[in-house]
Design a protein around this ligand. Structure first.
Ligand code: NAD
Ligand code: FES
Length: 286
């Protein structure tokens, strides 16, 4: 059992949970993730370890509430428990030894790029972060990333920072030159656009693939991705891969496979919550 010790709302549908998981907090490395299961029979949810505090025995998980399972998870309050937290899983990030890295975070993907930026900064690499959100309230981890280097904030509507997508700022940074590697994490179209942008500059670009995961051990095949024409499994071979070799179309197609099922589960959850609220109102009226 893993108690929740802290809960913070980061943006309208993104929540940070600090969860007790002492063994994972001690050994996790940047780029790794856990698979959590709320209780018996619940769906398994892969989540990047955004941060860890080995002394306190806690890890930070950042959750975007977009389906039934993630809504159930963020409905937990401090003192609530998550039954299973398995990990750390996946290969740790291959970190540069020196030079200049650009860490690009799109929306909730910024939480995934943050531990990479932090680790690069700790070993003396110059870090420039470019982070984006739909508008001001969707920008996350700005303060934390400023402790690791320069930060360029972009918003789609221009309500904060630079107006436009993160790719527009990335293009200017690439033009300026002197970049050794780009790490890009966010929605699939954003990671694809970042990879296409850096290709002509010959800048190594690492992306973190949010493939559908079930067991997280390379056995079920759910997280299959195609890298340079070869099948790989994001849970054991990744989740980070060379963005110039990823088949992003296959990834996008596979991510839509369960969309109808997820929407149906979410609709049923909302109907159930409505029924409960009505029953409570009726009980209070009597
Ligand atoms: P979003 O749609 O609000 O986009 C966030 C930012 O990404 C935008 O502000 C923009 O700067 C950039 N962006 C979006 N589309 C772009 C495009 N076509 N070209 C260039 N830049 C673009 O993102 P969100 O709602 O916070 O994130 C949701 C998505 O992120 C989901 O699809 C989820 O699966 C994915 N995700 C990915 C990872 C991962 O590890 N790769 C982790 C968590 C979530
Ligand atoms: Fe099953 Fe990767 S999650 S093979």
């Amino acid at each position: 059992m893993h108690p929740i010790v802290e809960k913070t709302q980061l943006s309208p549908n993104v929540t940070r949970l600090v969860v007790t998981a002492s063994r994972i907090a001690e050994i996790r490395r940047p780029g790794q993730f856990v698979i959590v299961r709320l209780g018996p029979g619940a769906e398994r949810i892969p989540l990047t370890i955004a941060d860890a505090d080995p002394a306190a025995g806690t890890i930070s998980l950042v959750i975007q509430a977009i389906g039934k399972s993630t809504e159930d998870l963020v409905a937990l309050e401090v003192g609530g428990v998550i039954q299973d937290v398995a990990g750390p899983l996946g290969k740790p990030t291959e970190l540069l030894e020196s030079g200049h890295a650009v860490c690009v975070g799109g929306g909730v993907g910024t939480a995934v790029v943050y531990p990479i930026a932090q680790a690069l900064h700790d070993r003396g690499v110059r870090v420039t972060s470019i982070i984006g959100g739909r508008s001001r309230e969707w920008v996350i981890f700005e303060e934390e990333l400023r402790r690791a280097g320069d930060v360029i904030v972009c918003t789609d509507d221009g309500s904060y920072g630079r107006h436009g997508f993160v790719t527009e700022a990335l293009k200017d940074v690439c033009e300026a030159g002197g970049i050794d590697e780009v790490f890009a994490v966010g929605p699939v179209p954003m990671m694809r656009a970042c990879s296409e942008l850096t290709r002509p500059y010959g800048i190594r670009t690492t992306v973190s693939l949010n493939a559908i995961m079930v067991d997280g051990t390379g056995m079920c095949g759910g997280c299959r991705v195609s890298i340079d024409g070869r099948n790989q499994y994001a849970c054991v071979d990744g989740p980070e891969f060379d963005g110039h070799q990823v088949d992003f179309k296959l990834l996008a197609d596979r991510l839509t496979t369960y969309r109808e099922f997820e929407q149906d589960a979410l609709r049923r959850r909302h109907e159930e919550l409505l029924r409960l609220a009505e029953a409570r109102q009726l009980a209070e009226a009597h």
